[in-house]
Design a protein around this ligand. Structure first.
Ligand SMILES: [Zn+2]
Ligand SMILES: [Zn+2]
Length: 616
């Protein structure tokens, strides 16, 4: 190694080599050191130490599978930390190669043979694998028979990366494969290698059952023989068993044999591994304003009815139902950020009586909300867009033609009928005479893209949460009582919340920069460096999918999570943007909660998950 290795890294690199040479198995494991403690360096050390002499018949090539955004970084680090091999090839790492599909399969085999380290991304691996199909008659076959078929008939036709036997395969951010049904999970499981490693700071993402896929991948002798169902039964017992029957201890034993993990709190020789100034995470809860509460609670009731009407049968339609109900829940989650993210396809379920009830509530004396009129105007717009063009009635069976005009079922049948009588294949809209086209909710929602939370003069109507963000940022940057230089990272789960906050910050005349999934790599890099280098740019507004992982935004000491996360792992990833090794200031993380909404339920779900993971 070119880079000196810290004690705790030597210990885990040593453990990795012990695992590889042990007789018991698994020949590999999970390296789960917390972010920033040097999993990469530790892995490289283990590779260098485990290197075979050039005359060896066995494969010397290591494969690392990484998220797309980390490929370049891995190559740079591997070259930076390891020395070039001596003439007998024994030291350091020789050829370090970025996987590419440009060469033929046979040429690739030769490239792999000559390399010490190959780096491939999950998407590259998936696209190399994507055409695998099992014949119908194998649908009910055992895993063993499927595996046999795969090795005999499928593997020989796959690209070299699935035919080459590597010395070791390492899955960086290995929790990526936690869901056994995904193509990236299947593709990774099919890689051939003597040793198999998972690198992740969060091996249990949602629940201890996430461990099945990773333990199966590393070929843990017990888990490798189990199906996912078998694993779940051993862990949770049969369906609906009591909480205290859950076998946390069994999973803990599996982990003890397979996993090592350093945390920020660990000490070695009486000294902490690392010193990061304290980080405080707190909940900032607020009640919704009167108009928000009035709208939210009526929509909640209507969506609940829809969910209850949905087919509860877990049969073939069960998954559809699950997705449908999850979709309704997502509408509510988004509404905690601003109730006017409502789409016509949701609003059509509100009756005119509902509308009157909401308005009565909003107008109820003594104190009228300063934005009451804006909220009512927005609702009237939604009401108009969900009214039948012909009979002017509102029903939940309303549909939209491609021209954007709404039709109730009765009127629709009638104009179709008339068109048929006149011998025309496609009916036309009564108003604009354009063909009706396919009538879908999605088309209407997509066309209806002007945010309802903008009032008639184009200003964002504040929500409880968006006002909370403004208040917090003002307080933190107060010239007298706060730190006027402080920088703030604001993360949202939803695009709509992102847009709302962008509009809000613009109205405040705040200098902010943004990160979204629509931006190119160059645009993202530019945005990050503006946040880091420009003193006047003090807010980074990012969607959590892009800004919540991988990035180092240590120059911020405040983080606001606008929407709730499903699990602690994602929240921890977000926190890791500012609370990480090298941070010299205390950090403050605030989760916004709209009290009395699904946010409360989100918190409960997250706490249940934390409890189960904690027990293991
Ligand atoms: Zn009608
Ligand atoms: Zn029309």
């Amino acid at each position: 190694m070119k880079t000196p290795i810290k004690h705790h890294q030597v210990i885990h690199a040593g453990w990795m080599n012990e695992q590889e040479t042990s007789k018991r198995g698994p020949k590999g494991g999970i390296l789960a050191d917390k972010m920033g403690l040097g999993k990469t360096l530790c892995t490289l050390t283990s590779m260098v130490h485990g290197k075979l002499p050039a005359r060896s018949k066995e494969s010397r090539t290591n494969l690392v599978v990484v998220p797309k955004s980390l490929k370049d970084q891995w190559i740079i680090e591997a070259r930076k930390h390891t020395i070039q091999p001596s003439s007998d090839g024994m030291l350091g790492l020789g050829a370090i190669i970025s996987y590419s599909t440009e060469s033929s399969s046979e040429a690739q085999m030769l490239i792999f043979e000559g390399a010490d380290l190959v780096i491939v991304t999950y998407p590259e691996l998936c696209s190399a694998f994507k055409n695998v199909r099992y014949p119908k008659e194998l649908a009910d076959a055992s895993d063993k028979d499927k595996e046999k078929f795969f090795n005999k008939s499928v593997r020989p036709k796959l690209p070299a990366i699935f035919r080459f036997k590597f010395r070791a395969v390492y899955l960086d951010e290995g929790h990526t494969i936690r869901n056994v049904d995904t193509i990236s999970s299947t593709a990774c499981h099919k890689l051939l290698s003597k040793y198999r490693w998972i690198l992740t700071g969060t091996p249990m993402f949602n629940d201890p059952t996430d461990l099945y896929s990773v333990l199966d991948f590393v070929r843990h002798p017990t888990v490798f023989k189990l199906t996912f169902k078998g694993f779940k039964t051993l862990y949770k017992g049969v369906e609906n068993s009591d909480d205290d029957k859950i076998n946390h201890e069994w999973v803990a034993t599996l982990l003890h044999e397979t996993m090592r993990s350093w945390t920020y709190e660990d000490e070695l020789f009486g000294y902490p591994l690392t010193i990061i100034p304290d980080s405080v995470t707190s909940e900032h809860s607020r009640h919704l304003s009167v108009p928000e509460r009035a709208i939210y609670s009526v929509v909640y009731d209507r969506l609940k009815e829809l969910a209850l009407e949905a087919n509860p049968d877990p049969g073939p339609d069960g998954e559809k139902t699950y997705k449908f109900v999850a979709g309704l829940f997502m509408v509510l989650r988004q509404m905690t950020g601003h109730v006017l993210v409502l789409r016509p396809s949701t609003f059509k379920h509100l009756t005119d009586d509902d509308m009157r009830a909401i308005c009565r509530e909003i107008n109820r004396p003594p104190v009228r909300d300063p934005f009451a009129d804006d909220y009512i105007a927005a609702l009237l717009k939604l009401q108009r867009s969900t009214t039948c063009t012909i009979c002017k009635k509102r029903t939940k069976y309303i549909r939209w033609a491609v021209c954007h005009h709404a039709y109730c079922e009765g009127c629709l049948t009638e104009i179709m009928h008339i068109a048929a009588e006149r011998g025309r294949a496609d009916a036309v809209c009564e108003l604009c005479k354009l063909p009706l086209g396919e009538l879908t909710d999605a088309a209407q929602d997509a066309k209806d893209d002007k945010p309802k939370w903008l009032n008639d003069s184009g200003k964002a109507i504040p929500s409880t949460k968006s006002s909370a963000v403004v208040d917090l940022v003002r307080k933190w940057r107060d010239p007298l009582t706060g730190d006027p230089q402080a920088k703030v990272l604001v993360l949202t789960t939803y695009k709509e919340s992102h847009k709302l906050l962008a509009a809000t910050f613009e109205e405040e005349d705040w200098n902010f920069t943004a990160l979204t999934s629509e931006m190119s790599n160059a645009e993202r890099n530019d945005s990050v460096s503006r946040f880091k280098l420009e003193p006047e740019t003090f807010i980074m507004l990012a969607t959590s999918g892009v800004g919540g992982t991988g990035l180092n935004l240590m120059n911020a000491k405040y983080l606001i999570n606008y929407d709730h996360y499903w699990n602690e792992a994602t929240e921890g990833q977000a926190r890791g943007r500012i609370y990480r090794i090298g941070q010299v200031e205390e950090t403050t993380i605030v989760n916004l909660t709209a009290e009395g909404t699904v946010d409360d339920r989100m918190k409960e779900i997250k706490e249940e998950k934390i409890m189960n993971i904690g027990k293991v």
